[in-house]
Write a protein of this length. Structure first.
Length: 381
């Protein structure tokens, strides 16, 4: 497979525990280049989730958390209100419900609501404070919103069970027009479709989003091994928040509390698990084998960032990859080689590396009791 054509990047991280159980990482990379643009699609939902939980923790003096009922208003073009949510486990719109849906089926509307809760300016200020200088998250997943529209975000109200307002966040405006810097070539393909017309020029993602693969992997690593991340990059979220994320990062749609996700023809196990079973209707029958991951798929780009474990065999490793599968180099035409090239490649890559890890001797096996406890804890919802 030609890396220049398929723009593939791969990060494989082997994990070895010492006698105290502390993890030591050995990173292997292929084609990884922070200047090589790929469209991250739903990968950007990971930092948005972490930022949302962190922001709630900063606002805890108002007695609100991820389970607090909220209402969203409209204050600008392209915005929509949200007053009720019949699907929510809390019986009302909540940050928790948005996060569940994102992690289970990569729900775009839920992502949009978290983006609006944060605001474009806040997102980038907080990422820069943590040292993430190359991440740009500039838009909702809504084609009706312009570059300018995405600088404006909705007002929010959080309220208690007596409908008393606990916290009000007015609409937010980013006065600065952000864009992916010109040091990164954001043009892709040789043409793209607008409605039924073909423009014979590369598509430019300058005002879209950019999220280096290594940064995505580091954020996932924090969730499982927070003490291995530099202090300035750690997220100010609680252990309960991390347990909540861990539980839903590996959950299959059919296992979720949402009946709408139990339709296996639509939400098969591989719906959000590209490594090992991507592009198939297969299930992973080994109950001790877990994939905790976040994915992205759009414009021919396919990405997956995962922590993979077999709790019975004592296997654990991180795997992150992105590939571009668009043979005709025309974007926005709904003709991409996801099923023919990208997803089979991801499935095979995962199986090959798992086989290698099964053979690799380890001096100290990991203790997965904390993971088992989280996954079996019925109070985490």
């Amino acid at each position: 497979m030609r890396p220049e054509k398929y723009k593939w990047q791969i990060i494989f991280v082997q994990i070895d525990r010492d006698s105290t159980g502390y993890p030591h990482f050995t990173k292997h990379t292929w084609g990884v280049n922070p200047k090589q643009y790929f469209y991250p699609a739903s990968l950007v939902k990971l930092p948005i989730i972490l930022l949302s939980l962190e922001k709630l923790n900063y606002l805890k003096k108002y007695k609100i958390d991820k389970y607090t009922c909220l209402r969203i208003g409209k204050a600008h073009h392209c915005q929509t209100c949200l007053d009720a949510d019949s699907t929510s486990l809390e019986g009302c719109p909540t940050i928790a419900n948005f996060i569940r849906k994102i992690l289970l089926v990569s729900d775009n509307l839920s992502y949009n609501r978290l983006y609006e809760f944060l605001g474009q300016k806040y997102i980038h200020e907080q990422l820069r404070k943590k040292g993430y200088k190359n991440i740009y998250i500039l838009k909702r997943f809504d084609p009706t919103c312009t570059v300018d529209d995405n600088r404006f975000t909705n007002p929010f109200w959080f309220y208690d069970n007596k409908k008393q307002v606990l916290y009000y966040q007015p609409r937010q405006i980013n006065p600065q027009q952000l864009y992916v810097p010109y040091s990164i070539n954001t043009t892709v393909g040789k043409g793209f479709m607008i409605n039924d017309s073909l423009l014979s020029t590369p598509m430019d993602f300058r005002y879209s989003s950019y999220f280096p693969l290594e940064d995505a992997l580091e954020m996932l690593q924090f969730i499982f091994f927070p003490n291995t991340i530099p202090k300035h990059k750690r997220w100010n979220i609680t252990d309960k928040d991390r347990a909540f994320l861990i539980k839903y990062l590996c959950m299959y749609p059919k296992e979720s509390p949402y009946n709408e996700y139990h339709n296996y023809n639509k939400y098969m196990d591989s719906y959000k698990k590209y490594f090992f079973i991507g592009g198939t209707m297969d299930s992973i029958t080994n109950k001790t084998f877990k994939i905790f991951n976040i994915v992205g798929l759009s414009y021919g780009f396919v990405s997956d960032v995962a922590y993979i474990v077999d709790m019975q065999k004592g296997i654990e490793f991180f795997l992150a990859a992105t590939i571009y599968a668009n043979e005709d180099e025309i974007l926005n035409d709904a003709k991409y080689e996801y099923m023919e090239i990208a997803l089979p490649y991801f499935a095979r890559l995962g199986r090959i590396l798992l086989q290698d890890e099964e053979k690799r001797p380890k001096k100290h096996l990991p203790d997965f009791s904390y993971l088992i406890e989280i996954l079996q804890d019925s109070t985490i919802h």
